[in-house]
Design a protein around this ligand. Structure first.
Ligand code: COA
Length: 424
């Protein structure tokens, strides 16, 4: 038994944000039916191709444990099928450009008419307001949500981050909204509209930077490196390089081999509670009692000197040796792991966070498994569906089409080149 067993999701999502959400719901046990345009499918199937003729990793890594139906939702028969699917499903998830569902004839009013218990969940770039009609991709959201202006070096341009906080981040927010709406429906019997705007999702993940924006009114941000460097603050939260975002100062420091290995670095946090142990480890025991070094506020204007000294020590060790020495002392450090190291990490494979999946077109590939582990709802990662792989199965098993009715749908062109059931 899986946590969301019995919940049926009509998955109208594409690219990354929506598929992240529905993949999670599938891993939690929901039956996710991905509706794709006949002959075309999710655009990512054919983007960033590495194996000619096979679905891309972009697609396969975001669409595990789903079923795929090819369905033209603009064709009359296709609309009839869609209407029946809406009756049979609990949640419709979509991340089309604003207005696309209305243009198809399936706006919120219509969906409620068809199925008042339906939860309609959407990712959009922006919430209601002057930008609500805009199409949005990941980096636009990172910029509009405050992330880019606060990421990067103080003297450099705004930076986007590798973590897909706009797409995958918003997909996560939406998934939480959906299960919460399902929970509420248990009591009210009614569905509802759930909206996660990418700008809002990014800002939610950047809330510490809005915190700092307001702290600026009270004076310079003393834990930022620029304070120790004597660089005045401007009007807005600045870019802070690799400074820690919290009250415990931290930096990325070179480790042994940094001259040739771009990832021979560690993140080192000078947590106040372990300051004395840090002093001993780096060979500066005098700093434990030296005036101006004893308390965290004393040290704020000396962070550059302190981290330079710690780096002299980390440069004599590999990033893993730093970890081995500091961990038993409770000094928080983290190696900068490359994607190659992560792909080869035995521990991550054991926990199912990195999983090898087989695929009929492309053979085995690595993916990221479910990042949330539930003791009573285990996850088996299953390969993504081929385009329209489950068209007939869904028409017959979920919607009960049979004989003539099925032939009519198949011959209408609404479901692409789906083979009649006898040929399956
Ligand atoms: N049958 C028939 N038509 C279908 C269909 C189906 N099964 N599935 C999609 N379509 C149609 C849509 O109805 C739409 O038609 P319309 O414009 O005539 O109304 C069309 O395909 C394209 O949809 P759209 O969402 O505009 O795709 P796009 O490739 O132009 O834009 C995005 C992509 C991501 C920019 C856009 O969808 C968007 O802004 N989404 C919201 C924000 C978001 O999620 N962004 C992050 C993506 S990772």
């Amino acid at each position: 038994m899986k946590a969301l067993e019995g919940v049926r999701i009509l998955d109208f999502t594409h690219v990354q944000s929506g598929p992240t959400c529905t993949q999670l719901l599938a891993w939690f046990g929901a039956d996710v039916i991905k509706v794709e345009r006949p002959g075309v499918g999710d655009a990512t199937r054919k983007q960033l191709i590495d194996v000619p003729g096979a679905d891309s990793l972009y697609f396969t890594m975001l669409n595990h444990n789903k079923r795929s139906i090819e369905l033209n939702s603009k064709n009359e028969t296709g609309k009839e099928v869609l209407t029946r699917l809406i009756k049979e499903c609990d949640v419709l998830v979509e991340n089309f450009a604003p207005g696309a569902l209305d243009r198809m004839g399936f706006g919120w009013e219509r969906i409620q008419e068809i199925n008042p218990r339906m939860i309609m969940a959407s990712v959009k770039g922006f919430g209601p307001g002057k930008y609500e009609d805009c199409k949005v991709y990941e980096n636009v959201a990172q910029c509009a949500g405050g992330s880019a202006s606060t990421t990067g070096d103080l003297d450099g341009v705004p930076m986007v981050t590798g973590a897909q906080i706009g797409d995958s981040g918003t997909g996560l927010h939406l998934a939480l909204g959906i299960v919460t709406a399902l929970f509420q429906r248990e009591k009210t019997g009614r569905g509802q509209k759930v909206l996660a705007a990418m700008q809002d999702g990014v800002l939610n993940l950047c809330r510490v930077k809005l915190r700092d924006q307001q702290r600026l009114d009270a004076g310079p941000l003393k834990e930022y490196s620029q304070f120790g460097q004597g660089i005045p603050f401007g009007e807005a939260t600045p870019r802070a390089g690799n400074d820690s975002g919290g009250g415990q100062p931290g930096r990325i420091l070179k480790c042994k081999g940094w001259e040739t290995d771009p990832n021979a670095y560690t993140y080192f946090i000078t947590q106040a509670a372990v300051w004395e142990k840090i002093c001993d480890v780096i060979g500066e025991p005098d700093w434990k009692t030296k005036e101006g070094y004893v308390t965290p506020p004393d040290r704020l204007d000396k962070l550059n000197e302190i981290f330079d000294r710690i780096e002299q020590w980390t440069m004599t060790k590999t990033k893993f040796e730093v970890m081995d020495i500091c961990n038993p002392l409770d000094i928080p450090v983290g190696p900068i792991l490359s994607m190659k190291e992560i792909a080869e990490d035995e521990g991550l494979r054991k926990t199912g966070t990195v999983v090898e999946v087989d695929h009929p077109e492309r053979g085995p590939y690595l993916t990221v498994g479910c990042p949330v582990k539930m003791s009573d709802s285990p996850v088996e990662v299953e390969r993504s569906p081929l385009l329209g792989e489950h068209t007939i199965e869904i028409l017959t098993q979920v919607l009960g089409y049979d004989g003539e009715e099925l032939d009519k749908v198949v011959n209408s062109g609404a479901v692409g080149e789906a083979k009649p059931i006898a040929a399956e």
